[in-house]
Design a protein. Structure first.
Length: 456
């Protein structure tokens, strides 16, 4: 029997759709960068699912238990036991969000001449690796670069290429291998447990540590339960523990599957590495038992880690995304398939087939969605990942996508139906788009603060 969301709404926040002339003004003022548009000027905000979800009554109650002692607070121990409980890892370093954990980790292990493979590194992971001089290498399976190929685990690492990479480079040139679950850059696609196991075996055969980028670990576990026959009768909690059992460490932005508005951690089995990272954590984040978080944040996250593994929640969460994808397709919008767990990704190449990558077709689609209906998404294409090679030639991203990331427990089916209507209108008016060029770009993570202008 069909079931609705397993929660009731107790509090609401008013939102307003600005008039079209206002939206045009906001776009111009922001340099056509949706990150720079004020949140109050956005009607349905699908920029990210990171830290934008609604906390439960149990989480709000947990906030009141926050122990704000500087060291060894009661809230730290609750957080520690929660993280240890699902990762099985003894050493936990809290931090204020995932990229902070990445910075602490890669400041210690990333340097020129090294390579860090993954299925796909997301933007902040790649930036932290490259900032310290190493190469961030993407080894997703070939099917993961085809937005229209229907396969159950398009987030998998290409095990053959991983084996070749480790044979060629060796332990001295590869400080660790990462696997992002679910694979955000590749469309929120899940990674199978067979692939996690296989990656772990290859890494350990070559003496290389294996880490999970575990932002959406529970959503990934749900897909394993639904799509990997061996695990259909396993609980999500059992699958989560098995996923982490193959890893030597993990980084996590708890703003995703921690169901919190801030927070993250590094978890490790290696005590020696944990001790190496402690000084960097204290220097950048705070003491070892709070890491940039208030006690109340630690409490809310400890509760969130429990709630996110509830199967009724995951069924509703992933189901909402699947329904959103079907609504977009019904309006003639080409999307990356199958849908993942946290977002629907629009295929901008199909919307603007004649627009070259260096004119940023995915950014053009992102701007058009806001202009048409006050909807904010994020470009995951050549603005985010495109670059110039050593000869100055433009190297585009593998795919030109617009991610519509759905905050957890925030928007109703009506909101997402509205977004699908808006996207349909954009498709109807897609002819004649000339694209955009950069007028300002920073050296790292340019999509956050760059400014653009439309080409005529």
């Amino acid at each position: 029997m069909w079931q609705p969301e397993p929660y009731r709404i107790k509090m609401v926040e008013p939102i307003r759709l600005p008039e079209r002339v206002e939206r045009e003004k906001y776009l111009e003022q922001a340099g056509y960068n949706l990150f720079l548009v004020p949140a109050e000027a956005v009607f349905v905000d699908l920029l990210t699912d990171s830290g934008t979800g609604a906390m439960s009554d149990r989480q709000w109650s947990a906030l009141m238990r926050g122990d704000e002692s500087y060291a060894q607070a009661r809230s730290w121990f609750r957080f520690y036991e929660a993280v240890k409980g699902f990762t099985g890892m003894e050493h936990v370093l809290p931090c204020h969000q995932g990229r902070a954990g990445e910075n602490v980790l890669f400041s210690e292990i990333s340097k020129p001449g090294l390579t860090i493979p993954s299925n796909n590194h997301f933007d902040t992971t790649r930036a932290n690796i490259e900032f310290y001089g190493a190469e961030a290498l993407d080894l997703v399976v070939p099917e993961g670069r085809d937005p229209h190929k229907i396969l159950p685990f398009k987030g998998n690492l290409d095990l053959g290429r991983l084996e070749e990479t480790l044979k060629k480079l060796g332990r001295q040139k590869v400080p660790l291998v990462m696997c992002t679950v679910t694979n955000n850059t590749g469309g929120g696609q899940p990674v199978s447990l067979a692939n996690i196991r296989g990656t772990s075996e290859i890494c350990h055969r070559h003496g290389v540590p294996f880490f999970l980028d575990a932002c959406r670990f529970a959503e990934n576990a749900w897909f394993i339960k639904q799509r990997e026959p061996e695990y259909k009768n396993k609980s999500v909690r059992e699958i989560v523990r098995e996923m982490f059992s193959f890893a030597d460490g993990a980084t996590m932005s708890a703003k995703k599957d921690g169901l919190g508005n801030i927070g993250g951690f590094i978890a490790l089995r290696d005590e020696a590495l944990a001790k190496r990272l402690q000084s960097a954590l204290i220097l950048r984040e705070g003491f070892l038992t709070y890491g940039g978080l208030a006690g109340r944040d630690l409490e809310a996250l400890a509760q969130g880690f429990e709630e996110v593994q509830e199967e009724s929640y995951l069924q509703a969460r992933v189901g909402q995304i699947a329904d959103f994808g079907e609504a977009l397709k019904a309006h003639g919008v080409s999307i990356l398939e199958p849908t993942g767990g946290h977002a629907v990704y629009l295929d901008a190449k199909s919307v603007f087939p004649k627009l070259p990558a260096e004119r940023f077709p995915a950014q053009a689609l992102t701007v058009a969605l806001y202009r048409e209906g006050g909807v904010r998404g994020v470009e995951i294409g050549s603005l985010m990942f495109g670059k110039k090679d050593e000869n100055g030639a433009f190297v585009p991203a593998a795919m030109e996508l617009v991610r519509l990331a759905v905050p957890r427990r925030v928007y109703t089916a009506s909101h997402l139906a509205y977004v699908a209507d808006v996207a349909g209108e954009v498709i109807k008016k897609a002819g004649g788009e000339k694209g955009y060029e950069l007028t300002y770009e920073p050296p790292f993570l340019r999509h956050f603060t760059s400014r653009l202008r439309p080409l005529s």
